[in-house]
Write a protein that binds this ligand. Structure first.
Ligand SMILES: [Zn+2]
Length: 127
């Protein structure tokens, strides 16, 4: 049986928001400044993409990419299947707003995690 899919939330940083991003990392993820700077540098090498949600259920990932932090470029929020980065996804399901790689949208066809507290959704016909 396939395991249930978790999601990640991503956005792109706006120009000139390095300090804002580092503060956000330290506050929301409770990481030391050195780790926040590492993530910042990684994001800058990745065309400004940074992960703002990980191991999210569908509900949390949707909320995360709708309510972007201040450092995010407007409308840059993207939800992906957890194991993928936005630039590795070659398809997007417009129904569910999920970017993905592979043959099918995980939300349409595969078991996925509705919420991070561990509720699973099994669509009809998917088993
Ligand atoms: Zn879908």
């Amino acid at each position: 049986m396939e395991s249930a899919t978790y999601f990640g939330g991503w956005c792109r940083m706006r120009e000139g928001t390095r300090a804002g991003f580092v503060k956000w990392m330290m506050k929301s993820r409770q990481v030391p400044v050195a780790e926040a700077l590492d993530v910042l540098r990684w994001g800058e090498k990745s065309d400004g993409w940074v992960q703002i949600g990980e191991q999210c259920g569908w509900v949390e990932a949707s909320e995360t990419v709708k309510n972007l932090p201040e450092f995010a470029a407007p409308n840059s929020g993207v939800m992906t299947m957890l194991e993928f980065t936005p630039w590795n996804c070659d398809k997007r399901c417009e129904v569910h707003g999920v970017s993905y790689l592979g043959a099918r949208c995980p939300v349409c066809f595969v078991r996925y995690v509705v919420s991070s507290v561990g509720v699973f959704h099994v669509p009809r016909g998917a088993t």
